[in-house]
Design a protein around this ligand. Sequence first.
Ligand SMILES: Cc1cc2nc3c(=O)[nH]c(=O)nc-3n(C[C@H](O)[C@H](O)[C@H](O)COP(=O)(O)O)c2cc1C
Length: 273
Amino acid sequence: MKKAVPIKPFWYADVVVLPKLITIITTIDKKGKVNAAPYSQFIQYDVMNQNPRVFIGMRKFSHTYQNIAATGEFVVNFPPADFLEDMMETCRFYPEGVNELEHTRFTQIPSQKVAPPSIKECGQIIECKLNKQYELDKIQGHVIGDIVALVFDEELIELGLEERFRKLNLPVGLGDEKRKYFYYGMIDKVEVHELKPPPKNKKMQGEIKTGMPWDKKALQSLKQVPSAIRSMVVEMSEDIVKEEGADKMTYERYMKLIEEYAPPDMMERFEDK
Ligand SMILES: Cc1cc2nc3c(=O)[nH]c(=O)nc-3n(C[C@H](O)[C@H](O)[C@H](O)COP(=O)(O)O)c2cc1C
């Protein structure tokens, strides 16, 4: 039997088990004083590369929210699991103007494109400029940030995904009890599951609709794209060339796009079998 439970404040933390990312957001105030605090209500907001953006949910009164309003910049640092105690330390209610990082083992380093510092011990860092900030209600505020730099420890960049997440060793937030006892998990067992191509579906193999003229050879190549994702490929490709000022799709430009965004092993999983 399933049963509904009452929805209480902080339902996401101590009722629903909702695994979360752990980040430390660094900001500065108008006078340049550094602030750092953990934030988990963090998610990708625009996943494409033209306007890559992130979303963060905050309390309106937090120093982080206020600093972002004042300076328009912030840095999202991803601390490794062996720095959990230090991450928790940045959460203590230090008065305004106190640099929480000075109470931890973290080392402050200059960021690449924004004024707030980055944290050296974090192998993955996202530097952001404010895109939009608004109040959801009397307590909560939302921040949408434009990503201006994705920064990694150099030795991580060439690694495959699995090696990279093992090296990054990010903890997973598992919720908290009474806003006092915070639970974390570490990644130790990992499985890979391959997504298989969909079964052949005749209905999906209809005509090709484009929003601009495509030259004959480009159109021919488009037919090679699995039907399940063909209209998405058309839309994305046309958006990109439109932004470049073109009003038609040439074969050469299309092939370059395919090379960049849709390598053969990625397309394989959509193949009409
Ligand atoms: C693991 C963890 C995750 C947190 N995530 C958030 C969050 O996403 N949003 C939020 O408003 N507060 C969050 N908090 C609480 C803030 O970190 C806390 O209110 C902090 O004192 C704010 O500091 P500030 O005023 O310097 O910004 C989190 C705390 C912890 C320990």
